[in-house]
Design a protein around this ligand. Structure first.
Ligand code: GAL
Length: 749
């Protein structure tokens, strides 16, 4: 089905080479037996298929590193088995340095598997549908099953049979991503060198990079640890030392660096006996947003939409030293402002446009800002901003993690820059509905109403996730045939945002859905939400099928995903972000906004195992700049409670955020698009223009950008929004952009 096709397309985009960047073991093995050819498949489930003597001659041939939907099993979900007969030569052992443990690598398996070698179970990942503990997908996890060389299931110099029992819940299925192979583990394979667990620590005058080593071998492993700084291609040696990684231990290596260093830190661990190496490279973060001023500043967008009669809540986002007092003149009837918290609540009885003057005061002064409330002309009139649990926690999200993020949103100060929504993605639902069909939360979410009350008390809002299908993409309960009941639960729980994800609706819709088929489930939930009388932002998630940007508004959407899932790699960011010109061209405050997916900054991981975003600092500036030009919803995808100084700085630039939140909501135009450079221009409500200049090259680029080349008159004044500095410009502007970096200007001349 098309839905499934999109799903496996998404899944196929992660490559093994990316995994190697993580410096995982198994990437550097030299003596390996490749198990690429000869695999066979049969759908269904029969334990006799685990037995080596089983006659599989009637089975179909299948390639291992590609989901089975692309190989004649289009739309198949459920159990399947793969089998392979292979010869295991003892020469593999002879040629290996260590001869102790043999690793069988199978790539990834969508979604869960139990693997047998010669009839003996050698490993399992995820949980199959019939598991007593419940189904669990592990579609993104590498399968590495390791056996001692003398394991009785290994038949040396003889034929062996691998049999993989697997269960595919929806979307793509089977073995994918990575060529199966067998190899002995070498010393280096026991070492993990991880530069992504800890962010660079930025302190005044100095900086520390912490590299985490682990040695899972039962003897010490020695190696040379080298640090170099790569400055525009010139390599500067920094340090070199012998490191001993004690047996079965974890070790944190701290690299002190001066904060004036720029460029890329390159680290290498060369294992002493074999010379085999692990390497990592990271761009040194650089801070662009100036420190917050002590004087009061109102950062709230200029316009806010609500429905007459619906519960109203709005927090006046403002920075400056505390304590602060808030004021609002001309508030419409029905609303009250808490002058100490800045939270406006109540309900507006009458439709209309209400012009309010917001004021904020602290010991350093007073400031005011015009603010427009539109009652009855739509909600989400600027792209929603907040946090979503998916890119960090995946299905391991819990009430405690959501509260921790909400608390961090407040305590870090990010909320004072306009970040409002705290959205729970997939993973909150119970396995079964209540007897009357009402939706129930699972035990990770003891009390949804209490959670929303807590968030509302902080001035934040709560979002939730469901699917129009019977199951969500994570295999949890969806809303199919319970739409009104679910919308009523959301009202009862105090929900402010719903992400509604197509997922298993692919099995309800016809094989080749028409436009009406795509729209149908979204109309149903639109009506159900409208019946609640609550302002619930409606976020469509169906990966852009049927050009959703052309009809997202018609089905009541406020925002709609235009693409498959984003990942924290440049490839993913580039392929998604720079393909948004057409989808975004429909954007507008009275229409809705295209959503190129959530932000991949800070600690992400899609599970309870988090790592620093693999995007370089420059790529992260590009991410925020491009999303702001696109008027994209801004949903932070990281563990907020572990936010480092760089990520906070990146997300707290009010002048950049203002481009995203500009009340005109006009789409940008790409005025220059070549291999090396892209320039995007967006008209703003005050008559000025935002200009984003993007270095598409993987190396530093010096650019002399003529205003006339991008269709602009020679301006008098331009402002560097990241640095928040105004300048006078001549005919052109000279730029030095790091690899995949960018600049964002506001031009008013
Ligand atoms: C995907 C969706 C992700 C996330 C996930 C949850 O389909 O694109 O953003 O919501 O499902 O299972």
């Amino acid at each position: 089905m098309f839905g499934s096709a999109i799903k496996y397309f998404i899944k196929m985009k992660i490559s093994l080479s990316v995994a190697c960047l993580f410096l995982l073991p198994f990437c550097l093995q030299s003596q390996s037996l490749i198990l690429k050819d000869g695999w066979k498949i049969k759908t269904g489930d029969d334990m006799a298929w685990a037995r080596p003597e089983y006659d599989d001659s009637g089975w179909k041939a299948i390639q291992p590193a590609r989901v089975f939907e692309t190989q004649g099993f289009e739309g198949y979900d459920g159990y399947a088995w793969y089998r392979l007969k292979f010869f295991l030569p003892s020469s593999l052992k002879e040629k290996s340095h260590l001869k102790e443990s043999l690793n069988i690598f199978l790539g990834k398996i969508d979604d869960a598997d139990i693997t047998y070698l010669n009839g003996v179970e050698i490993g399992r990942t995820g949980r199959l549908d019939n598991d007593p503990k419940g189904y669990e997908t592990e579609w993104q996890k590498d399968r590495n099953y390791t056996l001692p060389a003398n394991h009785p299931a290994l038949h040396w110099d003889a034929d062996n049979v691998l049999a993989v029992r697997m269960d595919d819940a929806n979307g793509g299925g089977g073995m994918w991503n990575g060529t199966p192979q067998v190899a002995f583990l070498d010393l280096i394979d026991y070492v993990r060198m991880d530069a992504l667990t800890h962010a660079f620590e930025l302190l005044p005058g100095r900086m520390t990079k912490t590299v985490l080593f682990s040695n899972t071998y039962n003897k010490p492993i020695k190696g040379i640890f080298t640090v170099e700084i790569n400055q525009n291609g010139g390599i500067i040696p920094y340090s070199r030392e012998l490191l001993t990684l004690e047996a079965s231990s974890v070790f944190e290596k701290k690299i002190p660096l001066s904060d004036s260093l720029h460029g890329i830190v390159q680290i290498t661990f060369a294992e002493q006996e074999t010379g085999k190496q692990l390497r990592a490279a990271q761009e040194i973060p650089y801070i662009l947003t100036p420190p917050e001023a002590p004087a009061p500043k109102i950062n709230t967008p200029e316009v806010y939409g609500c429905r007459p009669g619906a519960p109203f809540q709005f927090y006046i986002a403002a920075t400056g030293t505390t304590p602060m007092t808030y004021d609002a003149s001309n508030l419409p009837m029905g609303l009250t402002l808490d002058k100490t918290t800045g939270i406006i609540t109540g309900s507006i009885p009458e439709e209309g446009t209400y012009r309010v003057l917001l004021k904020v005061k602290n010991a350093r002064g007073e400031v005011s800002k015009n603010f427009r409330i539109e009652a009855g002309r739509g909600i989400a009139l600027t792209p929603p901003m907040g946090w979503n649990s998916w890119n960090c926690w995946g299905l391991s999200v819990s009430d405690a993690k959501v509260r921790a993020s909400a608390n961090a949103m407040v305590q870090s100060g990010l909320m004072r820059h306009g970040w409002t929504y705290i959205n729970i993605d997939d993973g909150w639902e119970a396995p079964e509905r209540a007897a009357d069909g009402t939706m129930v939360t699972n035990d990770k979410f003891p009390d949804m109403k209490d959670l929303s009350g807590y968030l509302h008390g902080l001035g934040l809002k709560l979002g939730i996730y469901s699917s129009p299908g019977p199951r969500t993409c994570g295999g949890f309960l969806g809303s199919y045939q319970h739409e009104q009941q679910d919308a009523d639960s959301y009202k009862d729980w105090g929900i402010d945002y719903l992400k509604y994800d197509w997922c298993s609706y692919g099995s309800i819709a016809p094989q080749n859905p028409s436009l009406d088929d795509y729209k149908k489930p979204y109309f149903v939930m639109r009506d159900a939400l409208a019946n609640t009388g609550r302002d619930i932002v409606y976020s469509l998630c169906q990966y852009g099928m049927g050009n959703v940007w052309e009809w997202g508004h018609e089905v009541g959407g406020n925002v709609w995903r235009t693409t498959g899932d984003i990942e924290d790699t440049w490839e993913s960011l580039k392929n998604i972000g720079f393909a948004q010109e057409t989808p975004a061209s429909f954007n507008g405050p009275w229409y809705g906004f295209g959503d190129p997916d959530m932000l991949v900054v800070g600690m992400v991981g899609w599970s309870d195992q988090l790592h620093q975003s693999r995007l370089t600092p420059s790529e992260q500036y590009t991410h925020i700049t491009l999303w702001s030009l696109l008027s994209a919803p801004l949903m932070i995808g990281c563990d907020m409670s572990k936010m480092d100084a760089f990520t906070y700085n990146l997300l707290s630039n009010d002048e950049v955020i203002a481009i995203d939140q500009d009340p005109l909501g006009k789409p940008p135009k790409r005025v220059k698009n070549d291999e090396n450079l892209q320039v995007w221009v967006k008209p703003l409500s005050d008559g000025s223009q935002a200009v984003g200049v993007f270095n598409m090259k993987a190396e530093l680029q010096e650019i002399d950008l003529k205003w006339s080349d991008i269709g602009l008159k020679t301006p008098q004044i331009y402002r560097d929004l990241w640095r928040q500095k105004g300048k006078i410009a001549g005919q052109s502007i000279k730029l030095r952009l790091p690899a995949h970096g960018c600049a964002l200007y506001k031009i008013s001349g």
